[in-house]
Design a protein around this ligand. Sequence first.
Ligand code: GLP
Length: 239
Amino acid sequence: MQTIFVKDYDEMSQKAYELVREVIEKNEDPVLSLNTGGTPRGLFKHLVEGINNGLDIRKATLFNLDEYVGPKGAVYTVRTYMYENLFNLIQDEPKHAYLIDSAADNLEKEIERYKDLLSKHKRNIQILGLGTNGHIGANEPGTPFDSTMFLAKHEESTIQSTMKEYGIIREEAPTEMITLGFTEILDAEKVVLLVSGEHKAEAVKAFLEGEITTECPVTALRNHDNVIVIIDEAAASLL
Ligand code: GLP
């Protein structure tokens, strides 16, 4: 694992974008798995700007890390986020953008469909954010390190973060999410974890200084040499 300490959110976003751009530029058929939420908004801004200035997204295949269970058009879905932060803002289209269906009648079937697509596309890069309780994707504390794509229930702290991020009340907040497991996450050629802000400092401390345990899911990344972690000063403040 490689750890890069940066000054602030903007520098983290810039560095993350450089890694994403490199993947798109260097591969003939780049495959990217992206995350959503507060952390990668800056990365998406850079990506949009890059694409509108000639970065060739038309050859790229996109996957997502996870998707909330709920109506497709809900404000919190990964689908809505991807349209608002990427698809609606660029002139070109990616070769494929595989979204998880948040409203599928049969969620188990939907998971199998996505797993099958993932198995046919080796990902060059997987972008991740970090939950305040150490989760990645929706692999909450206690999830076995050999998890594969599954339907996860959120911990209360995760539900609270979702409410804050999307400005919704408890009754509207999703409580479940389809997520890639550790297995699919670590299967990417390069895994990039982005962490910014003081509210992530405890999770960062547990990640880098605590023991490797399912109680702190992100510690699953510690012994992998394909992992790059980008942490800003506020998130690193307890180290
Ligand atoms: C959420 C999502 C993840 C996200 C993480 C951090 O619950 N399941 O996809 O990366 O937690 O979110 P944020 O970047 O908004 O802090």
